[in-house]
Structure formats: C-alpha cells, structure tokens
Design a protein around this ligand. Structure first.
Ligand code: SF4
Length: 619
C-alpha cells in the first residue's frame, strides 16, 4: 500500500468532444501534496494545459471538473466540486464551486478530475460511470429546455440516482454570464455555462459507487465528532446561518450603511427592512435544506410565494447576493419578485449577481438619459419596477430585444453606451461586483480590484466579518488591510475551495479540527500553517494565469464611482476609496508580486515550490 494516495483515486478522465474519445491518466501524487484538490488542482492544470490567448468560446477552451480529498466522505459540507475554464466574461481565469450531489457522485466514478476538450458537432450530453465508460448521448431533445426540465428528463431516462450538472437556454445562447445548475445549485460565475454551450454540451451526468481509500477512518470520525460539537456551539453555524442563511448578512450591512442601493448610487437604510432574512423566513420559508448530506447548518432555504403577482414561485434561495442584486441594487424592496427572479435565473441558467447588477446599470443609464427608452425598446424599465426587471431576465437568456444588450454585461454595455457611463459600471475586470460597498469596508476594495476572477466577493479574500465584527479593525482605514485580505484569500483557497469543504461550515470549525479532518482523510500530515502556504501557492497560479493573458497593474481596478463619489448618507456617509494605488502597493508586497507589472516574482514562486510557473510567464 506504499503508493496509495489516500482521499483520492489518483485518476483523471480526459474527454475529447470533437473526436468523441476518452482516456484515463494517473495523477502525479505530488499534485495533491502541492495543490490539495478542487481549486488548487484546477488552477495548476488550467495554467499548464490551456494555451494563452485562446478565445474562451472556441473549441480550444477546456472545462476542468475537480473534486478534493474530503468529497465523498461524511465530513459535513463536503458534497462539492469545482469547475475551471477561461472566462468569456473577463477573458481571464475562472473557477467556481458548488454544493449538491454532483460532486460526491462524480468522485464515486473513480475520477478525481474530468477534463473536457473540443466541441461536439451536435447537442450532446455525457454519461460517465465507474467502469470508465463515457457515452456521448444526443441532446437534441434537451436543447432549449430549462435546467429543471433537463434534469428531470435525464433522471427519467437513466435513474434518479445520477448526478447531473447542466446548462439552460442562457448557456446555449452563450450569454457571457451564463452558469450551470446541479439540482437547484448554481456555479459558473464568469460564464462557464456559455463555454458549455459553445461546445454543444448540454449536461454532464455521473453515476458510480467507487470509494476513495481513507488514511485513518477512526481519526477522521473522531475529528468529525469534534467538528459537529464545534458547529453546535458556534452561534453563526448553530443559529444565524441555520435560521436565516447567507441573507442574514443583509441587516448588518444595512446597519453599517454598506448595502448598495440603485446601482451603488446610494446605500439602502430603513427601506431594506422589507427585504431582510428575518422577513423572508417569516413570510416565505417552505423548508430548511442541507445542500450536502449530513450538514447540520442547513443554511439553504426553500422559499415560496403564496399570493400576489408572483404566486407559485419557488426557489432554493435567494441567498444574500441575490437579494442585493435584484433587490436593493435594482431599487426593488419586495421579496416576492426577488424570489421569482432567483427562480427564473436558475431555470434559465443565469448568474444572479451579474444579471441583477447589469439590469441596475441599464436602469441608471435610462434614468440619466444616456440611452433612449424608445430606441432600445426598454419599456418601463426603471429602478423599483420589478415587472420589467423580470421580463428582462428572460430576454437576456434568449438574447432578445433589449435583453441582447443587457446580456453583454456592464463593462461591454458601458463601452457601447459611452457618455461617461463607464464611471458607474459596477464591475472589476468585466465581472459585476458582489454586494458590499467597499467605500465603507475598505478591505473589500482589494478583494474586488485584485481578485483572480474579477469583481467576485470571495475568490480574492473576504474581509466583511473582521471589518464589521472586530472592534480592533477600522473598516474605513485603507493602509493595513492587505494582510487581512491575503490571509482570508489563502485560507479559503486551500481549506474550503481545494479540500472542498463548505465555507460556511468552515466558519464554525477550529484549525485543529480542520487539520484533523484533512489528515484523517489524506494522511498527508498537514499543519495549520500549511493551509496558508497551499492557499498562497494557488493564488500565485491564478495570478500567473491572468498575467499570461495580459493582465497588468492597471487592470487591478475599481469602478470609478468608488474612487470619486462618497457614500451619500447613513453610517458610512462621506467615505470613498481615497488611495487605491497605495493599497495595491501594500497588497502586491504581501503577495510577492512585482510592483510595476503585477506579475508574481520569481522568488515568490521558488519559495512556494512552484518554480515551474516561471516558464509559463516568461520570467
Ligand atoms: S452550510 Fe449551507 S451551503 Fe454549506 S453545506 Fe451546509 S447547507 Fe450547504
């Protein structure tokens, strides 16, 4: 058993859609030691395997589905997988993580990683089983179906026990912010759904029963028991998230004056009382759900609308980001249409943050007279009008009418509209921002501006908890935020996104327990400081990928609105981001990036045992 890799199968499956062939390969065990799994493995493979400069929607782009050492184990929150590709929205590195059954069933096929290349000539779905067989099945009957109907049809054809991840009409139509759905869980910010669509790939279906060997089942069980006790004791995991899900954050953000309102032209204060998580639970809760078997937190919520214009709408969510994007950001302070918007985005396969923020940008362009309502046939689209917002979502997915324009996203819309609209296009590197006003939470400006996948609120770190909850951290200070951002980024990149443990579960676990869990599964003898080192290594790979694609220091940028306009009212009134370049200097120094070019420094790569990366970025 000397060469056994614990927690993994050690095998990778390659599928070529063009030639309709597949083959398996062994994965070098050192890859697991260096990158752990999930986000780390995907980042390493994408950098090595994807040629620089390719069109993300061409057959040359690749899709990498990856699992990690905890997937398929009884660790709470470990039914997960990651997906990596080059983003059609940003032209840069893209990864996403999702809960749900797909990840654990994928691991049971006996493959840790599935790499899909090429392009099918006709609509296709893949059926992968644990015998190593891959069927290229015709998907003509699925093309055009929404994600729910696609999954129901496949389950009826094969078995209810398969794992399915699929695209909806938005992916088929290659909307740059189309995503994938498995059950009712979405992944693919940055347009992974459009990449699937460009390959004529409607769905990936997995079935299997293989279990990866574990290093020490007894030690793993004992660490899980400790973890469950910690989750019960931690107020976030045992009360706040359990009762209200991620939307519980909304009240804190409102109270601190950092909940963006009307495309970030203002912040939401008392008006946001109508869209709080407490109100959502009281009026719309159908049931609490665990997206991962055995997760005691059950932060997912099924919400339903019982009456009024949106009667019958049912959605798993909306999470905080969706309440922000379709709610306060569009000036809609009514939960029923927000739940409906969430539900139809899931059906159509659209990313809710980019969809809502793109609509809000269009609303402000109309309000300011930058675009003409008649010329663009926008109807009554305006802040606070949910009916036109909902209509637009469907048009975005089908690239119809004004939806074809809004589907471009804020960056490309601003390029099209001009007239100064780029100053309030709320994106970073082409990806729309998550819902935390960085003018009152300065650490988040580095998260958005320097994160690996654009305006994402977590891939480049997450400072909301320390900035709001820790009295020793001044949320308005700019200098000194870099270490907080880098530490949160690195911890999440390894512990959550590469082992594939849910980030909400990880909130409630001590480092000691986490390390016990990882070591029980993998036998790799991790120490807690290794988590930061591995996360840092992954961040360097992601940075190298983007640098090779042409990213410069100037691309680490924020929307001009955050630099020029102060928050107009509330507890953060009068603040803006004053010296983002200084913040970047501090951040680059901590990350080991060149102050002028933004590239990872050779010595940073060597110190992290990834000197091979130098060759890929010509250092
Ligand atoms: S905490 Fe929430 S998101 Fe995480 S595994 Fe549990 S139910 Fe899923």
């Amino acid at each position: 058993m000397e060469n056994t890799i614990f927690g993994y199968h050690g095998t990778l499956l390659r599928i070529d859609l063009t030639e309709q062939i597949c083959r398996t390969e062994k994965i070098d065990p050192n890859e697991f030691r260096l990158y752990m799994g999930g986000r780390g493995l995907g980042a390493s493979m994408l950098l090595r395997e994807l040629p620089a400069g390719i069109d993300p929607l061409s057959s040359e782009n690749i899709l990498i589905f990856s699992t990690g050492p905890l997937v398929g184990t009884p660790v709470p929150g470990s039914d997960r997988y990651s997906l990596h590709t080059k983003s059609p929205q940003t032209g840069l590195y893209s990864f996403s993580i999702s809960g749900g059954r797909f990840g654990s069933i994928m691991k049971k096929t006996g493959f840790d990683v599935i790499v899909i290349t090429g392009k099918s000539s006709v609509p296709t779905y893949l059926l992968i089983n644990d015998e190593g067989s891959v069927e290229f099945r015709n998907a003509d009957h699925l093309w055009g179906k929404n994600t729910e109907s696609t999954q129901e049809t496949i389950q009826a054809d094969i078995s209810p026990n398969v794992g399915i991840t699929c695209i909806g009409p938005a992916g088929e139509n290659m909307v740059p912010y189309a995503c994938l759905l498995n059950e009712r869980r979405a992944l693919g910010r940055g347009g992974a759904g459009a990449v699937m669509g460009s390959k004529n790939l409607k769905a990936v279906v997995v079935q299997g029963n293989k279990k990866a060997p574990l290093a020490d089942s007894k030690a793993l069980k004992s660490a899980i028991r400790s973890g469950m006790a910690e989750l019960r004791e931690n107020p976030m995991t045992s009360k706040v998230l359990k009762m209200y899900g991620s939307a519980s954050t909304l009240r804190k953000l409102k109270d601190n004056g950092v909940l963006p309102d009307k495309n970030w032209s203002d912040v939401a204060l008392d008006e946001a009382e109508s869209i709080t998580a407490e109100r959502m639970r009281e009026h719309f809760l159908v049931e609490d759900i665990a997206c991962s078997s055995g997760c005691p937190v059950k932060c997912s919520k099924m919400f339903g609308v019982k009456d009024g214009d949106w009667e019958g709408s049912l959605s798993e969510g909306p999470d905080y980001e969706t309440v922000y994007s379709f709610g306060s950001c569009c000036g809609v302070y009514d939960l029923a249409p927000i739940i409906h918007a969430d539900s139809i985005c899931d059906m159509l396969g659209l990313d809710t943050i980019s969809t809502g923020v793109s609509i809000a940008f269009a609303m402000e362009c109309l309000e300011k007279g930058i675009i003409d309502a008649e010329a663009y046939s926008t109807g009554e689209l305006a802040f606070g009008n949910p009916k036109t917002m909902i209509q637009l979502i469907e048009d975005i997915a089908f690239k119809r009418n004004f939806g074809a324009v809004v589907g471009l996203g804020t960056k490309r819309m601003a390029e099209k509209f001009g007239q100064g609209s780029e100053k309030f296009a709320m994106h970073a590197k082409g990806m729309e921002l998550g819902g935390y006003d960085a003018r009152g939470l300065k650490g988040m400006s580095l998260v958005y501006g320097c994160g690996p996948r654009g305006g994402c609120h977590h891939a480049g770190g997450y400072t909301v908890i320390p900035e709001i909850m820790n009295p020793k951290v001044d949320r308005f200070a700019e200098s000194g935020k870099a270490p907080i951002v880098a530490a949160s980024r690195n911890r999440r990149a390894s512990l959550c996104d590469s082992s594939l443990m849910c980030a909400f579960v990880a909130i409630g676990l001590s480092d000691e327990t986490v390390v016990g869990i990882l070591n029980g599964a993998s036998g790799l003898d991790y120490k807690s400081e290794d988590l930061i080192t591995i996360g840092n290594r992954i961040s360097q790979l992601e940075r190298a990928f983007n640098f090779r694609e042409g990213l410069t220091r100037e691309d680490d940028a924020l929307p001009q609105r955050l630099l020029d306009e102060v928050i107009p009212r509330g507890p953060s009134k009068g603040y803006k981001v004053d010296d983002f370049e200084l913040m970047k200097d501090e951040f680059y120094q901590i990350c080991g990036w060149d102050l002028k070019t933004g590239a990872p420094l050779a010595e940073s790569l060597e110190a992290l045992d990834i000197a091979w990366v130098k060759e890929y970025i010509a250092l």
